[in-house]
Design a protein around this ligand. Structure first.
Ligand code: FES
Ligand SMILES: [Fe+2]
Length: 354
């Protein structure tokens, strides 16, 4: 049985990736064709990337887009932006069943979200938000790295940031991250997991020292908010020692970085790892943007390398391996439980061979 929850919204792409040409991406094992329509407001379409005739990929040359119709490059079946076939070769009658599966799609917060599963269940109001990514009060850098590992390994990784000390030393890791206990809370009604680690006297890692200009020791708060399956947010607060938010919630003495990940299963064993870093300081400083983009991509690739190895280990081990979990794993274990519920599985699943 698949561990991928299906009746869910997933990020398929950044809006900037999709223009008026054919674009394909596999989400939850389904190959999906996108383009931005010429007519109207330039909305993004999402339909199956497999021709109903002999399943030739519609994103593959010589398939092509003619206005807002896609013409299959094999025998010429032609489809509209709604996926309905409008012309076939050699006959005037188009079979009634000649239509591509189309997917509910919403463009929001710089992402293109698609609903996988039963379209009748698609409710755009349930898409979790990441407003900083399009806010004029923030500057954002972002990217996507392909991961040759199941998405659960990335969830595990992001819910337990103690690994920063070891895997990301010299970038975002300092001794205090691993040394400071976390608090974990699950909002069952909202389906959100919160994991917090507040370091009130910590070394400033290069990622924040070079971007904020702070030197010496700092306050560093990490507040994770994960909405399974797809959207992970790390609210990161960096401040000089002893500088606290005001009682009304305003926080002018601190630097804020919103680190957002969209965790999208490509297949059972591969994942699209979307990452974005939004900051509320040095908004127009291209040097800071370049630095944070390069640093965060490096950090993501450190995770990718580790998780690709783990996937191989899990994939080749005999069944029955027992993991050992400790306090740092409470967020990850809560995530496994919620993901298992969303996928319709019984009980909290360990990461297992499949
Ligand atoms: S496979 Fe597309 S028209 Fe034949
Ligand atoms: Fe990491």
């Amino acid at each position: 049985m698949s561990s991928i929850p299906r009746d869910q919204w997933y990020v398929a792409a950044y809006g900037r990736e999709i223009g008026q040409e054919l674009f394909s991406r596999t989400v939850c094992g389904e190959s999906i064709l996108f383009w931005r329509t010429r007519a109207g407001t330039g909305t993004v379409t999402a339909m199956s990337d497999r021709c109903v005739h002999r399943r030739f990929p519609l994103s593959e040359a010589p398939s092509r887009l003619v206005d807002d119709q896609v013409v299959c490059g094999y025998h010429g079946f032609t489809y509209g932006a709604d996926g309905v076939c409008v012309a076939v070769p050699g006959q005037t009658r188009v079979p009634r069943t000649a239509r591509l599966k189309n997917y509910p799609v919403v463009e929001q917060d710089s992402f293109v979200w698609v609903w996988i599963g039963d379209p009748a269940e698609a409710d755009a109001a349930r898409i979790p938000r990441a407003p900083w990514l399009v806010s004029p009060d923030y500057t954002t850098v972002s990217g996507m790295e392909p991961l040759k590992a199941r998405f659960e390994l990335l969830v595990d990784n992001l819910l337990d940031l103690s690994h920063e000390t070891y895997l990301h030393g010299g970038y975002i890791g300092t001794p205090e991250v691993a040394a400071t206990p976390i608090t974990t809370a699950v909002d069952e009604a909202a389906g959100v997991i919160h994991v917090s680690r507040h370091m009130d006297d910590a070394e400033c890692p290069p990622f924040y020292a070079k971007s904020t200009g702070l030197t010496g020791r700092i306050m560093r708060w990490q507040d994770i908010e994960y909405t399974p399956p797809c959207l992970y947010k790390l609210h990161s607060r960096i401040a000089p020692l002893g500088v606290l938010p005001n009682e009304d919630g305003s926080d002018p003495g601190a630097f804020h970085v919103e680190v957002v990940y969209a965790i999208t299963p490509e297949t059972e064993h591969t994942t699209h790892d979307f990452w974005a870093v939004a900051r509320d300081f040095a908004l127009d400083d291209q040097g800071v943007s370049d630095f944070l983009a390069e640093q965060n991509r490096t950090v993501v690739l450190q995770d990718v390398a580790a998780l690709d190895v783990l996937e191989q280990v899990i994939d080749t081990e005999p069944p029955g391996y027992q993991e050992l979990s400790i306090n740092i794993d409470t967020g990850g274990l809560a995530a496994r439980r919620l993901l298992a519920e969303l996928a319709g599985q019984d009980g909290p699943a360990a990461v297992h061979r499949s």
